[in-house]
Design a protein around this ligand. Structure first.
Ligand code: CA
Length: 406
């Protein structure tokens, strides 16, 4: 139990979670912090107070990204977690004397993209999502393409436009096919994709694939990921090379990285695979994270509805399979790389992970308060949040909120 009663309970930011983020306050620039309750622990300040003496020898927390800290490795990350848990649960003169210097209210902080993301890869790992897209756009063919159950399909995304919560998104313009005419227009079918993102915490040398049994150890932690998508731009441009301008204008991630050490208690059995895969993709135990993700829309005049609730445990391809496949040709992952799972859809309509599926390509309207939507309108705010629960243990990802502007 947390000793300081002024740290109010927050259902996401419990003692078991201790996620990492980069924050700034009105009088001090961006540095590393950890969320607890409604507060942030300033890790850079703790370093200055010699809290990490003997463990970390230079102030990696006084940087605008977590990459240098992540590079210190799993033993250090685990020890830091244990020391912080001890700090919050054991009476000490250190806490009494210094807490006003290293604790900040979350409400007074601005959150930043927490890592320098070198490369961003987006997979397509949900069978239900891939099948829904197939049914919509290839109604007379098999929903899944022949390669889909043999390997996790992916494309390389763009990292320069990765943003975090409270960043507005300007509606993209581009080439769109309208009837028989090619026109230049604002996207009329702006969509979201509910995804989970993995932050890579360890590097494999160029030319050396990651073995699937060791793949989980390459995950530093996870974030929520909203892969904004302009469906009309995407539909006209994607053949034959795949997503480009319909995707690379904004990808939003949640500001707190939930560490693997907190997430591993929420592993659950992944779905059985119905096609035998090559040995490099075979797993002894197929596990997914049991993370319930909620998607809400809030309109300009503050009407708000839950639009979908899905779960990362539905994914057909696991994180380990994604990493093993990504590196099987010798491709090297680097610290801070972002791996998206792809849109996560469940079997029920209420668990579909995009407006494309929820409205069946704009044919069926959804209700937001008293308003109706097919795709996003200017002034709409998208909100992703997520929780993991098992017995009396609970953690969460906080929120990632973004507003569409003209
Ligand atoms: Ca995607």
């Amino acid at each position: 139990m947390i000793l300081a009663s002024f740290i109010e309970h927050h259902p996401h930011f419990t003692l078991h979670n201790l996620p990492y983020g980069i924050f700034s306050t009105p009088t001090k620039s961006a540095r590393a912090g950890m969320a607890i309750g409604n507060h942030i622990i300033d890790l850079s300040k703790l370093f200055e107070l010699h809290f990490f003496d003997g463990l970390i020898d230079h102030n990696v927390f006084q940087q605008q990204t977590l990459n240098a800290y992540i590079a210190l490795g799993q033993h250090t990350h685990l020890t830091v977690r244990q020391k912080i848990q001890q700090l919050l649960t054991t009476e000490s003169t250190f806490f009494q004397q210094h807490h006003t210097a290293f604790l900040f209210q979350q409400g007074e902080a601005k959150m930043h993209v927490p890592v320098q993301i070198g490369d961003y890869t987006d997979f397509y790992s949900s069978e239900e999502h891939a099948a829904n897209v197939g049914k919509m756009f290839r109604p007379n063919a098999e929903p899944l393409l022949p390669n889909w159950k043999h390997m996790p399909i992916a494309y390389h995304g763009r990292s320069s436009s990765i943003i975090t919560t409270n960043t507005n998104i300007k509606r993209p313009h581009g080439q769109i096919l309208k009837g028989e005419d090619v026109v230049f227009s604002a996207s009329q079918t702006l969509d979201i994709e509910i995804e989970l993102g993995y932050i890579i915490g360890k590097e494999n040398p160029l030319g050396t694939p990651v073995n699937i049994d060791a793949a989980d150890s390459y995950i530093f932690g996870a974030v929520l990921l909203n892969d904004f998508s302009a469906r009309d731009i995407q539909r006209w441009e994607y053949q034959p090379l795949g997503p480009f301008l319909g995707k690379n204008f904004a990808t939003s991630i949640s500001p707190w990285i939930v560490p693997y050490d907190a997430l591993k208690d929420f592993l659950t059995d992944a779905p059985n695979q119905t096609q035998e895969v090559l040995p490099y993709l075979q797993e002894q135990n197929r596990k997914n994270f049991d993370i319930e993700i909620t998607f809400e829309i809030e309109t300009k005049d503050k009407q708000k509805s839950t639009v979908a609730v899905t779960n990362a445990k539905y994914l057909y391809w696991t994180a380990a399979q994604q990493i093993a496949h990504h590196t099987i040709n010798g491709c090297n992952l680097r610290i801070g790389d972002l791996i998206g799972t792809g849109t996560i859809s469940g079997k029920e309509k209420s668990s579909f992970g995009s407006l494309l599926e929820l409205t069946w390509n704009g044919k069926e309207k959804i209700k937001i308060g008293k308003e109706e939507r097919t795709f996003l309108q200017d002034g709409d705010t998208t909100i992703l949040s997520a929780v993991c629960k098992i017995d009396d243990k609970q953690i969460g990802f906080g929120e990632v909120r973004n507003t569409i502007i003209e």
